[in-house]
Design a protein around this ligand. Structure first.
Ligand SMILES: *[C@@H]1O[C@H](CO)[C@@H](O)[C@H](O)[C@H]1NC(C)=O
Length: 280
């Protein structure tokens, strides 16, 4: 006969280890070469988003560090920006981002109920300049009119940022840009996010942990307009300072930058049956 503590333990470990159906998988196989990101591949778009004339192999790195929570057989990938990271004439930005290969903008990754997972770590050799605003992970609507959810750090434009060395999960930027969750951006450790997005009920729930700790819900499923489909971006989008008008074109970007963020465990799972992986 089971004692109730044993039964509870068994149920919670089952929940933590459950496997949900995958929608996309951007986890990088450990035998990957950087040149594989320059041609069509299973993981990420080889065409977007990067500076004009660049190849992904020039800006991605495969740092020799231990993988993130969900990288059991896969490895982290770093996205870096330089002075050459000017995409599509956007001189007010420096940016490079990975977009999942299957995420066309009108695909099922932005329909139903999905949880997008990713882990972020600083690179001590390539620090960000926290006088600037950075977007590190975001969903941009198919008509490019908004970001329905975005993880930012640094000094956020239009916000009185108390401590720029913070990761902030912000809801739809055209519908109030509500801060859903924020946490210190510590050095030398992965920050693991799960964003449960209900594209029917228009809600977002944030799951979070650091290091190898299983994810925990840090918010309820709160109202957030995630309609409009679009594409998930994982990388570094650095905005200029003191930009007037169209900030894609205006704002100060100091030269000679060498900045990066390390990503691990990028994938999305189907949460239509309430399945959210808290651990691999
Ligand atoms: C950080 O950015 C600000 C604003 O562009 C600039 O004045 C400052 O020189 C930068 N710091 C470094 C270390 O590049």
């Amino acid at each position: 006969m089971f004692s109730s503590p044993v039964l509870l333990f068994a149920l919670s470990s089952l929940a933590a280890a459950q496997k949900c159906k995958l929608q996309f998988d951007g986890r990088v196989p450990s035998n990957s070469a950087l040149t594989g990101f320059d041609a069509a591949n299973q993981l990420f778009s080889s065409a977007n988003v990067l500076g004009a004339g660049l190849k992904f192999s020039q800006l991605l790195k495969l740092p020799a560090i231990t993988g993130s929570l969900f990288d059991t057989n896969t490895i982290p990938v770093e996205v870096t920006i330089s002075d050459a990271s000017i995409f599509n004439g956007q001189t007010g930005f420096r940016r490079a981002e990975l977009i999942p290969a299957s995420n066309s903008g009108t695909d099922p990754s932005t329909q139903g109920v999905k949880t997008v997972h990713f882990s972020l770590m600083k690179d001590g050799q390539r620090p960000l300049n926290l006088s600037h605003e950075y977007q590190l992970a975001f969903l941009e609507s198919a008509d490019f009119s908004t970001n329905q959810v975005v993880v930012k750090t640094g000094t956020i434009l239009g916000q009185n940022t108390a401590n720029p060395d913070t990761l902030q999960v912000i809801g739809n930027v055209n519908k109030g840009a509500t801060v859903l969750f924020s946490t210190p951006f510590a050095a030398g450790v992965f920050h693991n996010f799960g964003l449960a997005l209900d594209f029917n009920k228009l809600t977002t729930q944030v799951f979070f942990s650091t290091g190898n700790n299983p994810l925990k819900a840090v918010t309820q499923a709160v109202a957030n307009d995630v309609s409009g489909q679009g594409q998930f971006h994982f990388g570094v989008l650095k905005k200029g300072v003191n930009g007037q008008g169209d900030i894609t074109k205006n704002g100060v970007q100091e030269p000679n930058i060498n900045e990066g963020i390390i990503f691990g465990g990028i994938f999305e799972e189907d949460s239509s049956a309430n399945c959210v992986s808290l651990a691999p």
